[in-house]
Design a protein around this ligand. Structure first.
Ligand code: MSK
Length: 677
């Protein structure tokens, strides 16, 4: 086993070698064991919707061309994709529902449960936007009305979903024209599942349009609500420094990893870990303190708001346990491997599941009750301290890699970081695009997958794009990939940046790769696009903007839902690997070509990162040309002045609970360990 064939991250390679030496199995081994994977499944032409099946269509035209019921390859592919989209939307939206329920609890119990309003200004802004009277009313009443309105979006029957009001006029007209304006979050998911039942919808294109309606109910519904309410409850993020990769684990501290998605418990665990009583218990156990770090999107949630360190992205979850330094991993929902308890059993690590929706055989269950979050959080921290006492120092193997990063960018704060308080608007960004300093903005999002070398596509795309003056915005595990490689630091990332983007980054002190949060926070990218349209000058709707989206290592059903809501919102979207649609020319032609006439967006499906980069660059060039924007300022290759050292960086808020690195140390780190190749 060559670890470099599995991950580009040296920390991952080290742990993969260790796993191999010790005969421990990881997701990569299970992927190898699974080869060759089912070709029918890959093409999406296997149907198990009814109990006459499973049926499979012969892609070479020699065997069955239809299933027992008469469904052809196009219907089977569309139906399989629709079910994936419904599952992805259900996951995000149920996350949104959970945080809204906590908001409602704040209205009913005040701060009694431990939750409170951390961003009252955003609460009031949202309330006004949602048509709630705010003047002269107690905050508790405003919260109650807002929570009720937001909850109603899940069960709404008639729509349109309230957050879709934010969309540019043309997007809304297009959605109405093809009948995909979402009416209610749950309604759209249920209807799509009904339509995919045996003997209901037989038109593949109608199914794909219904899938877009569901995807919009996610992006402009469940996800957008989840982001907004999380900001209200836990605070709107601000630019903040932290560190990423397995090197954030600390040999002399209790290491507690939070993994999953919802911030409602992890935020409380962070608070409890700072409790003097808990810190004293940790000291009594022989530790120097309690170190909370994250995996996957829970990591992004507590990074964005608290500056807590990130241990890794999706494929790091097993590797983190292999370090022997994780005392407890607490998980909630989504992207949690069922294999974790088996790996943990080879070390002293405890795995604790907390969601009543996600039991894991072999894990300890501590059910999270949002009415008493501190009780659950204390119990979990105590179990971590207890586990630390059983840690075997001889088996501890923490990779040294940990890279500095800056995170915490949002739709609301980006104008201030780009224009200062004096010019806090999207005008500086739009002007930089119009003048040819920045070619465009590309969202690179999504997961890791064992189908590709971990992080390789994320990093290859970032390198290609920022070198050509493309500002990159990131969420999810893709953001973590960039952070681990040093692309999220304003200084260390600049060596890779094209001259125009470099001028902008140096002037305002932002990194060329901007961390905007977790996977539900892809809604921040949508709202940032709206803000660019509203500011004017670079497109009258989302489809006219010089922007694109890429999911370079997509793994989950949520990823295809996100991709589809981007396309339905008018955005050119590259999706890798090719999803299970290759068995239908009708489905591929619609999603990669024809849908553009209806929504302004379309997919590019590919497994080749060069094709992806080229597709994005061609798309940005096309949009710039149709907008008649200036030629790129440095297309001739004229270098920008190298004044990075003399420019002040953004005044980053010091991360709470994380030792800030001094400037000298920053330089030593960046010199001694260049970004991952
Ligand atoms: S956690 S959905 S692996 S981004 Fe959101 Fe990461 Fe993808 Fe899960």
């Amino acid at each position: 086993m060559d670890p470099k064939s599995r991950s580009v991250d040296p920390a991952a390679q080290q742990m993969l070698s260790l796993a191999c030496e010790q005969g421990l199995q990881t997701a990569w081994d299970r992927y190898d064991d699974m080869q060759p994977q089912c070709g029918f499944g890959e093409l999406g032409i296997c149907c198990s919707v009814c109990y006459m099946g499973p049926c499979r269509i012969d892609p070479f035209g020699e065997g069955a061309s239809v299933g027992i019921c008469g469904a052809d390859a196009h219907l089977i592919v569309a139906r399989n994709m629709a079910r994936a989209v419904a599952a992805g939307a259900a996951a995000h939206s149920d996350h949104g529902r959970e945080v809204v329920e906590v908001l409602q609890m704040v209205a009913e119990k005040g701060g009694a449960s431990g939750y409170q309003i951390s961003d009252p200004a955003k609460l009031r802004r949202l309330a006004v936007e949602w048509g709630i009277v705010v003047d002269g009313r107690p905050e508790k009443d405003i919260i109650g009305d807002l929570a009720r309105e937001m909850r109603s979006q899940f069960g709404s029957q008639d729509g349109p979903l309230r957050p879709t009001f934010r969309a540019p006029k043309r997007q809304k007209e297009q959605w109405e024209a093809i009948g995909i304006m979402p009416r209610g979050i749950d309604r759209e998911i249920v209807e799509l599942m009904h339509r995919t039942h045996h003997g209901v919808e037989s038109d593949p294109i109608a199914l794909l349009r219904a899938s877009m309606r569901v995807a919009l109910a996610d992006g402009w519904g469940g996800s957008m609500i989840a982001t907004d309410v999380s900001d209200v409850l836990f605070g709107g993020p601000q630019a903040i420094r932290s560190r990423a990769n397995l090197g954030v684990l600390e040999e002399k501290k209790v290491n507690l990893l939070v993994h999953g998605h919802e911030p409602v418990l992890s935020e409380i665990i962070v608070r409890v870990s700072r409790d003097p009583e808990m810190l004293a218990a940790a000291r009594d156990a022989g530790a120097e303190g309690i170190n909370i770090a994250g995996i996957c999107c829970t990591a992004n949630e507590i990074l964005m708001r608290q500056g807590m360190p990130v241990a890794g992205n999706y494929l790091h979850q097993e590797l983190a346990l292999l370090t022997g330094a994780v005392d407890l991993m607490v998980v909630d929902v989504q992207c949690v491997l069922p294999s974790l308890p088996q790996i943990a059993a080879c070390r002293h690590t405890r795995v604790v599941s907390t969601s009543a929706k996600a039991r894991i055989p072999g894990a300890e269950a501590v059910e999270f009750d949002p009415k008493n979050p501190f009780i659950t959080a204390r119990e979990i921290v105590k179990r971590a301290i207890d586990a630390y006492k059983r840690r075997d120092p001889a088996r501890v193997n923490i990779p040294k890699e940990s890279m500095e990063l800056v995170a915490g960018f949002t739709t609301e704060n980006l104008p201030t970081y780009m224009g200062g308080r004096f010019r806090s608007s999207y005008r500086p960004l739009n002007d930089a695009i119009a003048a040819g300093r920045i070619r465009g903005v590309v969202g690179i999002v999504g997961c890791n997958t064992t189908r590709f070398v971990q992080d390789e596509h994320h990093l290859a795309l970032v390198r290609r794009l920022i070198a050509q003056d493309v500002l990159v915005v990131k969420t999810g595990c893709s953001a973590i990939a960039s952070a681990k490689a040093g692309f999220m630091h304003p200084r260390t990332a600049l060596e890779h940046v094209g001259p125009g983007l470099r001028e902008v980054c140096e002037t305002v002190g932002i990194p060329p790769v901007i961390h905007m949060g977790s996977c539900v926070d892809n809604s921040r990218i949508l709202t940032a696009c709206i803000a660019m349209v509203t500011e004017g000058g670079i497109g009258g709707d989302l489809s006219e903007l010089p922007v694109a989206a890429v999911a370079p290592e997509a793994m989950s059903e949520k990823a295809i839902t996100i991709g589809l809501y981007a396309v339905a919102s008018g955005v050119f979207t590259v999706f890798m690997p090719i999803p299970k649609v290759a068995g239908s020319s009708v489905v591929r032609t619609y999603l990669e070509q024809d849908v553009e006439k209806e929504t302004g967006g379309k997919f590019l499906f590919t497994n080749d990162v060069e094709v992806a980069a080229q597709g994005v660059m061609e798309h940005l060039a096309k949009k710039r040309k149709s907008l008649k924007l200036s030629p790129m300022l440095y297309e001739s290759g004229a270098p920008a002045g190298d004044n990075a050292a003399s420019r002040p960086a953004v005044a980053f808020e010091e991360p709470k609970g994380v030792t800030a690195l001094g400037c000298g140390e920053t330089q030593r780190r960046s010199q001694s360990r260049p970004p991952v190749e």
